[in-house]
Design a protein around this ligand. Structure first.
Ligand code: ADP
Ligand code: GLC
Length: 488
């Protein structure tokens, strides 16, 4: 029989309130799936200045307010706000402390970035005490919440409320570790005793939140099975592979799911023509609408390649520059949506000025346009150097938009390379992280694009993939059981 656990889900972003990347999507959908599978979930988020409380029905939670929390020698006060995650009964509590969270972006390079997330995590524990709610599992996500396992086992170890609370830390991206100076240990109210080589708080001369979380959690998960393996290697462990290897028996990979109410061409409220496997002609209409929106001429001979991404080196766009002339000789158009590193923004802007009829580029964040690009493109390009899970390739597959990806992390677990003779595969992938490998894979895909019959079969195989959360939620519930068994 499946257990129904009480889960406290701690995250630094959650759709629809605040999202910078895939963690937002996961935090906005996994808790709902856990609830459907019988768990009771309470979620905690910071109340960032950009969150629209009125629009999302987020109301002041009068029972808990004016709580003072010490960060080092300074005290700051928080109030709690509350909402219910849309289409669910998941309670979402927002930690309101304008001193730390009323800033233009959720993540900053400000000198008190460490304090912001130390405060957030302490506020979660203080809130649980006041709610008198004892979670079976504290599910933490990335470095912003990875000190919670430490706090429960040190600062709050006296509190019987958490005596049986087990912790699971999900790693969404090992490239971001929360590395701060030694002072952060004192700000967190922790002991400097653990700060020396090979001790849990020290990593490369810093206090590394993620390392501490990895060592203090009962169970560690990564967001795809391949990534769970990759982070334990020197190539992709980002310096934490040694630490992870010491926990290898407790590391699991669980592939993210997708919210099929939000990312589904049958129901998508952001696209002009909804469609299913038997109504693919509407996808053609969405392509026309997208080209119109992007002010690019329609041309049936050209495949439309979509890109939606954070521009970070992880995403592999550096592979494009050396072969871009050759790529532009192929029958393609590009629509690009993203923002981030200057070099990538500049590269795409220059591409647009060099090929105004074949490329349009939107620098910025635009959820509606992201849906239209996902539906209206023929191909979705994701040449990531590494990709813990990746959601866009799963969205694309389900929208009949054929992905071209590098075979790494979650991309390797979801995109099956097309095989001409076996007639298998739902997309195209390449292994070598080289511009040539990217180019030859694009060439291979575009050759197949000309054969409409074969192309349709590739699309249909992608659309039939089941990425719903149910399966992954069940796997998490199994991991919760393992974490609880280890805690007792
Ligand atoms: P990551 O979390 O590494 O950025 P994922 O593929 O897991 O990568 O998730 C990215 C999410 O953010 C997707 O939902 C994608 O559609 C969205 N996204 C990324 N960039 C933009 C953008 N510029 N505008 C709108 N949505 C974006
Ligand atoms: C991270 C990863 C991405 C993953 C997302 C959600 O941002 O970069 O690959 O899909 O987290 O887990």
């Amino acid at each position: 029989m499946k257990e129904s656990y009480k889960i406290c889900f701690a995250a630094s972003e959650c759709f629809p309130y605040v999202k910078t990347g895939g963690l937002g999507d996961v935090a906005g959908s996994l808790p709902k799936a856990l609830e459907t599978e019988g768990c009771e979930v309470k979620m905690f988020l910071p109340l960032y200045g950009g969150i629209k409380t009125l629009e999302h029905g987020i109301k002041k939670f009068e029972e808990i307010s004016g709580v003072a929390v010490a960060v080092g020698e300074n005290f700051h006060v928080f109030d709690l706000w509350k909402a219910t995650l849309p289409d669910s009964e998941v309670e979402v509590y927002f930690v309101d402390c304008p001193h730390y969270f009323n800033r233009p972006n959720p993540y900053t390079n400000d000198p008190d970035e460490d304090e912001r997330f130390i405060f957030f995590q302490l506020a979660i524990v203080e809130s649980l005490q006041r709610l008198k709610w004892s979670p079976d599992v504290m599910h933490c996500n990335d470095w912003q919440t990875s000190l919670l396992p430490v706090f429960l086992k040190t600062t709050y170890s006296w509190d019987k409320l958490f005596e049986k609370t087990a912790t699971l830390l999900s790693i969404h991206n090992i490239g971001y570790q929360g590395m701060f100076s030694k002072d952060a240990i004192l700000k967190a109210g922790l002991s400097l005793e653990n700060y020396s080589p090979y001790k849990p708080f020290e990593h490369k001369g810093t206090f590394c939140f993620l390392k501490a979380g990895i060592l203090y959690s009962e169970i560690v998960s990564a967001v795809s099975p391949t990534y769970a393996h990759e982070i334990q290697t020197s190539e992709l462990g980002a310096g934490l592979e040694g630490v992870l290897q010491t926990r290898s028996g407790d590391i699991y990979g669980v592939l993210n799911g997708i919210d099929e109410k939000i990312w589904n061409p049958r129901y998508d409220t952001f696209i002009p023509y909804k469609y299913t496997t038997s109504l693919l002609r509407n996808k053609v209409k969405d392509k026309a609408a997208l080209l119109k929106e992007a002010e690019l001429p329609a041309n049936d001979e050209l495949a439309l390649v979509g890109i939606i991404s954070r521009f970070a080196s992880q995403k592999g766009f550096a592979l494009l520059a050396p072969v871009i002339r050759e790529i532009m000789e192929l029958p393609v158009q590009f629509i690009v949506l993203g923002s981030g590193e200057d070099t990538t923004e500049e590269f795409f802007k220059e591409l647009k000025s060099a090929y105004p009829d074949r490329v349009n580029v939107y620098i910025g964040y635009n959820n509606k346009l992201a849906h239209l690009i996902t539906a209206g493109s023929d191909i979705f390009l994701m040449p990531s150097r590494y990709e813990p899970c990746g959601l866009n390739q799963m969205y694309s597959l389900n929208y009949g938009t054929v992905p071209i990806v590098r075979k790494t992390g979650g991309l390797a677990d979801t995109v099956k390379d097309f095989h001409e003779f076996n007639e298998t595969g739902n997309g195209f992938s390449f292994e070598d992280y080289t511009p040539q490998a990217l180019y030859s894979t694009m060439l291979r895909a575009l050759t197949m694009y000309e054969d409409k019959k074969v192309w349709k079969q590739i699309q249909l195989r992608g659309m039939k993939e089941d990425f719903s959360w149910k399966h992954s939620a069940d796997l998490y519930i199994e991991l919760y059981g393992k974490a609880i068994a280890k805690r007792v």
